[in-house]
Design a protein around this ligand. Structure first.
Ligand SMILES: NC(=O)c1ccc[n+]([C@@H]2O[C@H](COP(=O)([O-])OP(=O)(O)OC[C@H]3O[C@@H](n4cnc5c(N)ncnc54)[C@H](O)[C@@H]3O)[C@@H](O)[C@H]2O)c1
Ligand SMILES: C[C@@H](O)[C@H](N)C(=O)O
Length: 367
């Protein structure tokens, strides 16, 4: 069995609620917003489909999300953006635009000129690279978030910001970790994620911003590389297993972390974005699929590649981060509120990843 499934049909979604609106340097009332066309968000009755902007879209998750959303809403209704140069394939597959999340005016211009109605905020420095450059992580993850919150509020956008298992810390309950509990993360990444959750919920409460947030586990993908996180080993092992038959793991064998296949993660994102507001009892949800240790992953891969050789040389920074994160994620609220259900467990994940990396390396050898 592999982890491939059709996306649910598009349900109609409601527009933003015209409560008091926040604007940089300008304060205006809901009535003024309605009368000023240049500040009015696109309502779904005008277009049928949302107009989507994805920030930080050239990382591990953005290209896959754009592909999914373009299938659902049309190629030209989904714009990828980043500060990096896209590959020829990405550039040819749909609209791409340069956007530095720290440039507020540029962000606003893109939203206005393209009549954006959904903003999906993926720009980030992940947990391990964030510890290498705290000041940049603070800028991108916190100042960038402020820019996105303001532009989304000002223009009545639906805003999705992912959080992470990294939003929890050593004093959180780790097995299982519920939606609501102590959150005292010990990384700049985790601190910025708690900040994003709280700011988004505050803007929802204070200004009516349609903020939606999922706490993703470590995400495993075949056709995109992770960007410097603690869970990266669980992607890299497949590439090494297929190419060289050897892998050096930077976490200890018994380190248990929640993980998810990318297709489940992206589908969850679309589902929560489409969920009628009345089904959301919260604005920030845990989502989960499986939890495993490096040792358990190796055992599962060895069912297909019995000669795989693995050694463990743990990286102290990543190990300390992993030891402070949830081991098992409780996502019962997402399941009961808006019907979240994962498709892919560990055996299916391994089969799917080996199919992908195997065919990928055969193609590379043939070229
Ligand atoms: N991948 C995972 O396992 C995982 C797990 C939990 C949560 N998340 C969250 O999902 C989102 C996407 O994650 P990802 O794995 O694709 O991240 P990634 O690190 O792979 O990609 C992040 C992107 O942000 C871009 N970026 C950096 N600085 C920027 C700036 N100033 N302006 C615009 N873009 C900038 C980078 O160029 C990069 O392409 C993030 O919010 C992340 O925290 C990811
Ligand atoms: C878990 C997640 O947020 C990311 N993959 C990281 O390890 O930093």
């Amino acid at each position: 069995m592999s982890c491939v499934r059709a996306v649910r049909g598009l349900a109609p979604v409601c527009g933003f609620q015209p409560l008091a609106v926040l604007s940089r340097g300008v304060s205006f009332s809901p009535r003024q917003v309605t009368s000023d066309a240049s500040f009015h968000s696109v309502s779904f009755s005008e277009t049928d489909h949302p107009r989507v902007l994805i920030t930080g879209g050239l990382g591990q998750l953005g290209v896959g999300l754009a592909k999914l959303l373009r299938r659902q809403f049309g190629k030209y209704n989904v714009i990828l953006s980043d500060i990096r140069k896209p590959s020829a394939h990405v550039y040819q597959s749909g609209p791409f635009i340069y956007s530095d999340i720290l440039d507020y005016k540029n962000l606003r211009e893109i939203v206005v000129n393209n009549r954006i109605s959904w903003l999906i905020h993926y720009s980030v420095l992940l947990s391990a690279v964030g510890e290498d450059n705290v000041s940049l992580a603070r800028d991108v993850n916190i100042t960038g978030l402020h820019n996105v919150l303001d532009v989304a509020t000002e223009h009545g956008l639906r805003l999705f910001v992912p959080s992470s298992i990294g939003a929890f810390g050593p004093t959180s309950p780790r097995d299982p970790t519920p939606d609501l509990c102590i959150q005292r993360p010990q990384t700049i990444y985790g601190v910025s994620k708690v900040h994003a959750e709280l700011m988004g919920e505050y803007y929802h409460h204070r200004y009516g911003l349609d903020f939606r947030c999922l706490r993703y586990p470590g995400i495993i993908s075949g056709d995109s590389q992770p960007g410097g996180g603690t869970t990266d080993y669980a992607v890299q092992i497949f590439h090494n297993a297929v190419k060289t038959g050897k892998f050096v793991c930077n976490l200890r064998p018994e380190t248990r972390l929640p993980m998810m296949f990318i297709d489940d993660c992206l589908r969850a994102t679309l589902e929560v974005l489409e969920a009628p507001a009345k089904t959301l009892s919260m604005r920030t949800y845990n989502i989960s699929a499986m939890s495993f240790t490096p040792e358990e992953l190796v055992q599962e891969i060895r069912k297909h590649l019995p000669d795989l050789q693995v050694t463990y040389e743990f990286d102290p920074v990543r190990q300390a981060i992993a030891d402070s994160w949830p081991m098992v994620f409780d996502d019962s609220s997402a399941r009961s509120d808006w019907g979240w259900k994962h498709d892919c467990g560990l055996p299916e994940l391994v089969q799917t990843m080996l199919n992908f990396t195997g065919s990928d390396s055969k193609m590379a050898r043939a070229n």
